[in-house]
Design a protein around this ligand. Sequence first.
Ligand SMILES: NC(=O)c1ccc[n+]([C@@H]2O[C@H](COP(=O)([O-])OP(=O)(O)OC[C@H]3O[C@@H](n4cnc5c(N)ncnc54)[C@H](O)[C@@H]3O)[C@@H](O)[C@H]2O)c1
Length: 357
Amino acid sequence: MKVALVGANGHGAWHRRNISEKSDLLFVGMADPQPVSSPEAPVFTDHRTLLSATRPDVVVICTPPPTHLPIALDALSYGCDLLLEKPPVLSLADHVTLTDALTASGRVCQVGFQALGSAAWSRFRDALPTPLTGISAVASWKRDDTYYARASWAGRRGVDGALVNPLAHAVMQALATGTAAGAGRPRQLAVERYRTREIEVDDTAFARITFDTGLQLLVAVTLAGEDFIAGEIEARGPGGRALLEYPTDRLALPGAATLASVPGRADLLTNLINHRADGKPLLVPLSATADFTAVLETLAGAPLPHLLSGDTVAVDGPHRTIPGINEVLVKAAATLSLPSELGLSWAVPPYRRRLPS
Ligand SMILES: NC(=O)c1ccc[n+]([C@@H]2O[C@H](COP(=O)([O-])OP(=O)(O)OC[C@H]3O[C@@H](n4cnc5c(N)ncnc54)[C@H](O)[C@@H]3O)[C@@H](O)[C@H]2O)c1
């Protein structure tokens, strides 16, 4: 099986290792306009040259989000199956374009939400309390100025932001929890987005999403956090709560007091190869990401996030922290409330929109 990679640096370095480690795959080449050090396969500066020279069966696409759709369409025109990094596309119109191209070509697209391949996720999904009264996702990370200087699209409206890029997995996992609980489609979004530096996107955000059934989820995340919270999805109801730490695959099912590791994560590329071989279902087909794209598209149309300053932000060289933010994240998640509803002095009214479908 011939595999090629488009976008070899940045997160592409992880894919290079992953492809190289699989002895049953032939790593036929990579495309990147930037120099690639110690390449494991021939390097081309343009993905079309890579495609025509190497004729891969599968193409992994790990480039800046605005380039995903055109590269994916080119790869499909060469008859390739795709492993496409998240966020797969930037609008529902692009989602439809890619879906139509997949149908026309008979090829498939797996999307790089890798936490959906974990054994912990499938146990969590199968053991959700019923009825479910709320879902929350909390993460507290720290990203300094260098994070926003690393790429031209970093901090840019429509393509980046805590909710749609570094903590996109929290949003996707929470949406998938609602889907698994039979809550229907997500319909309403109320979001408060904040930034601690002069970027165009949120580094701290609170998003409440309401599904068809009325079930609500609240995502509360920051890149200007205090103590590190890796990423916790909680689903709760009268029957108890299930808690999944999605980056580490630790899980506490209803009745369990503490998180315990659940080893086992299906690799998305291996799953795609198995799908080609014997029709094994894809773990994250493009169709499973439509709700995420609806959220991304809606956020792209929102005003600039509110700029926090003064005493609200502690600045230490390239680092910025919002004092007290972890307590706010936890309280927002527990009550499915936004900061303005919690009476935070720095909070602004939410942006509310009906989500497109
Ligand atoms: N699944 C995950 O956990 C995860 C983690 C990190 C990043 N990502 C995603 O991976 C993608 C890449 O992110 P990144 O931080 O590595 O970005 P990046 O800006 O560092 O770009 C990655 C590489 O793509 C190359 N590139 C740019 N345009 C190209 C083109 N037209 N053809 C070929 N190569 C091109 C760049 O030169 C760079 O080497 C994004 O979609 C990002 O959201 C996913």
